[in-house]
Design a protein around this ligand. Structure first.
Ligand SMILES: NC(=O)C1=CN([C@@H]2O[C@H](COP(=O)(O)OP(=O)(O)OC[C@H]3O[C@@H](n4cnc5c(N)ncnc54)[C@H](OP(=O)(O)O)[C@@H]3O)[C@@H](O)[C@H]2O)C=CC1
Ligand SMILES: O=C(O)C(=O)Cc1ccc(O)cc1
Length: 445
């Protein structure tokens, strides 16, 4: 791209993602970048950005009037009000995008408040602000205006070295409901269950080894982030309700089979789900028949990220892994094909979650032991009770569509874990990086 052809980029909302975008675009050689946050933040933004080459402006009107490509990077729940205010100031012929994690409200806001002489090519980076953009999916949504605008957007983000994925607004919300919303429901539930058991899981020895390490680290990583990001993509995505309700139903139904001691029925259900989701027959271990190496190759890989003491050999008690049995049951019931989603638009969290499920379900021995622990083990039963209550609570909360309730549930758990965030966020970051670098799997992906 010649310097002359470079569009002027504007970013409205200088939170975590807006800042990350501005800094990376600048580092990638982008010449003119105008940014703003709320007008009260203008003075601090000026000080913070001094000498960076990024130009702060007082508000979204100023950014919209001067920029050729404008990215709204604000809370999903605020997008309508923010576009309503600044949309009419958009430069004639400009291209507008949103970074919003859920696109239904963004599309509605653009339809309603943008002038007709303005085009829309939206985006969504499928990763958090602290993860490298390199190799990560960057969804591009061509909604309004000529195809050449898509080329412009591709050029703007070239230096990110992200993997472009082209979806419609509707496809975006369906895919992210299947990947992000339901995965977050599982991790939010784990945190709620641990908080309600009043235990840091890695301090009770039965929790720390193997795949528990991923569960703990990702749970803490999610609770260390901003609640509105998760609330927006769960509460405002029209598709997410179904997935989150099914997860809660799967948790409850499997748990009932456990307490009824219905081993045969539970076992049928788990093995059938395994075959439906992974394609492995009941009498075989999961192989490499699809030409795919496991996401997490060895348990040793996970142990290096442990937050606590590994229990002595033979002192580990088998675990029902209710959260994972229910996840695969949920995928099976909804006809979700997680590997296909992963290939197209998987987030790091989703990749780790499939990796853990695959690790458990690949081995006949591990899955048999989880099923028999589910009906006979009493050590983990209290945790399973908390898990069921937590899953029902989150699905109910999402069905009410109430942001205040979501925030309260989220923050109660986040406060409980807060003293451990720093440590867990660092570990979570290393874990994601190691898996992305292909250290965990034989070939990586
Ligand atoms: N964090 C993540 O992992 C990811 C987030 N996203 C999406 O990106 C968007 C931004 O998220 P994130 O950066 O994490 O959230 P932040 O809360 O860090 O950033 C949002 C920013 O927008 C500002 N804002 C709100 N209203 C206005 C306004 N009228 N004018 C200018 N600025 C305004 C907010 O100010 P104030 O704080 O004062 O309200 C805040 O600084 C969200 O839609 C989120 O779903 C997408 C991918 C990943
Ligand atoms: O990987 C995940 O699911 C995360 O939790 C990080 C995240 C959050 C919001 C997004 O819109 C994209 C990525």
């Amino acid at each position: 791209m010649t310097e002359k052809a470079q569009p002027v980029v504007g970013i409205i909302g200088m939170g975590d993602m807006g800042r990350m975008y501005a800094k990376r675009l600048k580092a990638g050689g982008h010449k003119t970048i105008y940014v703003c946050d709320k007008p009260d933040s203008y003075e601090t933004l000026k000080v913070e950005l001094e000498g960076t080459g990024i130009t702060p402006l007082r508000d979204g009107h100023a950014v919209s009037r001067l920029s050729d490509f404008i990215i709204y990077s604000v809370e999903a729940a605020a997008i309508s009000a923010v576009v309503r205010e600044y949309g009419p100031s958009t430069k004639v012929g400009a291209v507008v995008a949103g970074q919003t994690s859920v696109k239904a409200p963004e599309k509605e806001a653009f339809d309603k408040w943008l002038p007709e002489d303005v085009n829309v090519v939206s985006v969504h980076s499928l990763h958090g602000p602290s993860v490298t953009t390199e190799g990560q999916p960057l969804i591009i949504i061509h909604y309004r205006g000529p195809e050449e605008n898509v080329r412009m957007v591709e050029d703007v983000f070239r230096s990110f070295k992200s993997r472009y994925v082209y979806l419609s607004y509707e496809e975006h919300d369906m895919v992210t409901a299947n990947t992000q919303a339901v995965t977050h429901a599982a991790f939010l539930t784990m945190g709620t269950a641990w908080r309600n058991s009043a235990s840091y899981p890695w301090e009770t020895t039965r929790y720390v080894s193997g795949i528990e390490v991923i569960k703990v680290n990702i749970t803490l990583r999610i609770y260390a982030a901003k609640w509105h990001v998760y609330a927006g993509l769960a509460l405002l995505n029209p598709s997410a309700q179904t997935q989150i309700q099914q997860y809660s139903r799967s948790v409850t139904e499997l748990f009932k089979l456990m307490v009824e001691n219905s081993e045969l029925e539970l076992s049928e259900r788990v093995w059938n789900a395994r075959e439906k989701v992974f394609g492995w027959k009941r009498d075989e271990d999961g192989g490499k028949e699809e030409g795919r190496a496991p996401i997490l190759l060895k348990e040793d890989f996970l142990d290096q990220f442990s937050l606590g003491q590994k229990p002595a050999e033979g002192r580990e008690s088998p675990n029902s892994h209710l959260s994972l049995l229910a996840m695969v049951d949920c995928w099976a019931r909804l006809g979700i094909r997680p590997y296909e989603h992963l290939a197209v638009a998987g987030t790091p969290v989703f990749m780790l979650w499939i990796g853990v499920a695959e690790y458990l379900f690949r081995s006949k021995a591990l899955i048999s032991s989880a099923i028999s622990a589910a009906v006979s083990d009493r050590v983990h039963r209290p945790d399973d009770v908390e898990f069921v209550v937590g899953a029902r609570g989150w699905s109910e909360c999402v069905s009410f569509g109430n942001f205040d309730l979501y925030q309260r549930r989220f923050e109660e758990v986040a406060n409980f874990f807060a003293p451990r965030f720093e440590e867990a966020t660092k570990l979570g970051g290393r874990m994601i990086k190691a898996i992305q670098d292909g250290q965990a799997g034989a070939t990586g992906r």
